[in-house]
Structure formats: structure tokens, C-alpha cells
Design a protein around this ligand. Sequence first.
Ligand SMILES: [Zn+2]
Length: 63
Amino acid sequence: MKNEKVRKMILGIMLAMILISGCGKKVVCDFCDEKKSCTTKEVMGEKINICDACLKELEEELY
Ligand SMILES: [Zn+2]
């Protein structure tokens, strides 16, 4: 029983670490103005920040 608790704790810590480290720092998305972990893309010489949700929406619109 004790081992199960420890395992859950370790899993929780690992998950938190993954979420914190993520894919870098949090920036304000140019599309929804929300502070999220964004991907920076260069479009026609201009750098834009786009979060995963907006990126997915754009991709769905494109295809
Ligand atoms: Zn967004």
C-alpha cells in the first residue's frame, strides 16, 4: 500500500516537471492574447507567437 502512494507521488512530480519545463517560456499569444506556452513562427519576416490551441485551429482551417 505504501509503495502505491510513493509511486503516485513520483508520477505527480514527474508530470509537474514536464508541465513546468514544457516547450519553453510562456508568452502572450498573438491570436488569443492569452499567456500560454507558444510557438514562435516567422511569417514574412515578422515573428508571431501562437499557442497550441490557435495553431490547431489554424491548421484545421487550412486543411
Ligand atoms: Zn492562442
